[in-house]
Design a protein around this ligand. Structure first.
Ligand SMILES: [Ca+2]
Ligand SMILES: [Ca+2]
Length: 90
């Protein structure tokens, strides 16, 4: 199984509303033995709809738990991670 890595950014993505988004990139680190290069499995951002630091809006879809479906579990997991990340990166 390939190693994975999560990169987390707190960054203004939708320009100038002074409410940064939390951006996640899930990287698959590839496999040196088979020359598979690292690649992004998914990337997803989360906004604060009220622009008050409460991260409540997932922009797009991602299969965070890897069950080949996007549903409420994925959304809740992404929102939880965004709230934690916003605390740490602020
Ligand atoms: Ca923004
Ligand atoms: Ca899923």
């Amino acid at each position: 199984m390939a190693a994975k890595e999560i990169r987390i950014f707190l960054e203004e993505l939708d320009r100038g509303d002074n409410s940064p988004e939390v951006l996640f990139e899930l990287w698959n680190k590839g496999d040196v033995a088979s020359s598979e290069k690292p690649y992004v499995e998914f990337s997803i951002s989360v906004s604060s709809s009220m622009k008050n630091g409460v991260y409540d809006k997932v922009n797009g879809t991602a299969d965070a738990d890897g069950d080949n479906d996007f549903e409420e579990d994925d959304k809740q997991s992404i929102l939880s991670a965004a709230r934690l990340a916003a605390n740490w990166l602020n």
